[in-house]
Design a protein around this ligand. Structure first.
Ligand SMILES: [Zn+2]
Length: 184
């Protein structure tokens, strides 16, 4: 019993110490508040920017689309897909939080246009994920890295900049010219 009491006393003393030192918990609370807007900024900043992928330096005389290159692209594509899926999840939870956050009609209006933008981005990201899936399937079928138009190599540099490319630069250029003519 005596031991229990002293334990309780210790707990009380510990609690008193915390109360006597209010600086530490205040600091912690401030930090948590400061973190929130940064996380929200990230969500808004993300879309539109051109993605930069890990670089890859082939060995001299390395086989085009050999094991080492294939391994690199599989990793790039899977990482990219994961990143996009996380973005989508974050957007959804962010929007749900915003929905409940504002009751003011003025806030609502700007919030609705924000949301329309986020929905469009989400749609774009979903399409991109599908494209990545098709690319991964291409790798599995040993068709990755070759042009869908002419069958030539797309080229390592082009693929490193655009891992989901299905056309070589020549066929892509021709395609764009054709598209422009059709639009006229
Ligand atoms: Zn081609």
């Amino acid at each position: 019993m005596a031991q229990k009491k002293s334990l309780m006393q210790k707990a009380i003393d510990a609690a008193k110490k915390v109360v006597a030192k209010p600086i530490t918990p205040k600091k912690v609370a401030k930090k948590v508040v400061a973190k929130k807007p940064i996380a929200q900024k990230k969500v808004a900043k993300k879309p539109g920017s051109l993605k930069k992928f890990n670089s890859y330096t082939p060995k001299t005389n390395e086989k085009y689309m050999g094991k080492s290159q294939i391994k690199h692209f599989i990793k790039i594509l899977n990482d990219w897909k994961l990143e996009l899926s996380n973005d989508i999840d974050r957007t959804v939870s962010h929007m749900q939080a915003e929905l409940t956050a504002y009751a003011d009609p003025n806030d609502r209006a700007s919030q609705e246009s924000d949301m329309a933008l986020e929905l469009r981005n989400r749609d774009r990201e979903r399409k991109l994920i599908k494209k990545i899936d098709r690319t991964i399937l291409n790798i599995a079928n040993d068709e990755y890295g070759y042009c869908n138009g002419c069958g030539e190599e797309i080229g390592l540099n082009r693929l490193l900049a655009r891992p989901t490319a299905t056309l070589c630069i020549d066929c892509k250029t021709l395609d764009e010219i054709r598209e422009r003519k059709m639009a006229k």
